[in-house]
Design a binder for this molecule. Sequence first.
Ligand code: ZN
Length: 347
Amino acid sequence: RGIAPMRAAVLYAPGPPDAFVIEDIATPSPGPGEVLVRVQACGVSYRDVVERKGVYRRDVTFPLVIGLEISGEVAAVGPGVAHIKVGDRVCSKAFSSCGFCSLCRNGRESTCRARRPVRGGYAEFACLPEDAWVRTPDDMPFETSCTLGPAAGVAVNAVRDTCRVQVGETVLVLGAAGGVGLPAVQLAKLAGARVIAVTRTAEKAALLHEAGADEVVVAEPDAFAAPVRALTHEEGCDVVIDTVGSRVFAAGFDSLAVHGRYACVGQLFGEDVAINPARIFFKRAQILGVGSVSRSQLQVAIRLTANGGLKPRIARTLPLDDVAEAHRLVETAAALGRIVLLPGARS
Ligand code: ZN
């Protein structure tokens, strides 16, 4: 059957926000095990920014249609697709995996050797293996569901499954107004913790209080340890959720209590960090790596969003033609909440 071409934002080489070319390209048709989705919304994350700049190179070849936070309606399914049907509402989960190896069978599919990244959300249709999609409730807005995988799902991974936050603990969230930070604040509060949020800009303090932060520290990346320690009677925090990386690590580790858990969730800059290993054992600290999201973690994020426990904050929605503006907003962290493209809408 003849399929009309689709509009997409194509990158022919790494570059600035204006590097995207909006043009018609062939609409993919689903092969065996694949699902074609009419894209209704696609979140724009910092990961998209580093892919556009050519900093993130894993599995990247040009020309390229990026965008991994996709939601929409199933338009067609290929042979052998068993669990998803035409008309279902779905969101993407950042990657697909084999489903059969021991990692996949133990909820550790984000490290499956056969994992394949999800891309292609900056277009009217996206075609991906069935495993890349998770069903969403019919009444959940697309601009909400697209932001859950990976961002809110990674927060579930960090707060619930990796750090195992307990009632009465103190949790410090670094980069708290970001895509993973904000749901991490909400989840730590839901888990019964006292939540301290760190952000660089005073305008984001109200947003963080609204999300459930008990205290908000507005400080530069190297200057929050003293105020955080003062808020905890010099004991420090039981858990640190670090969504920023190298530039906050020193102050973050200074803010950690003895026997604390330090979760490395993000690295926005490329530098190394230096630490005397004795500080890790003097503090009896656990340094924990958090990566991506499993299907069950994303399903938890969807369920919590449906029942109001998680409240994704959408700062702006923009048509595909405004993709450059969307990237400028994300790169400068100018928005209070998530930036979402609507590839089905025209400006
Ligand atoms: Zn596998």
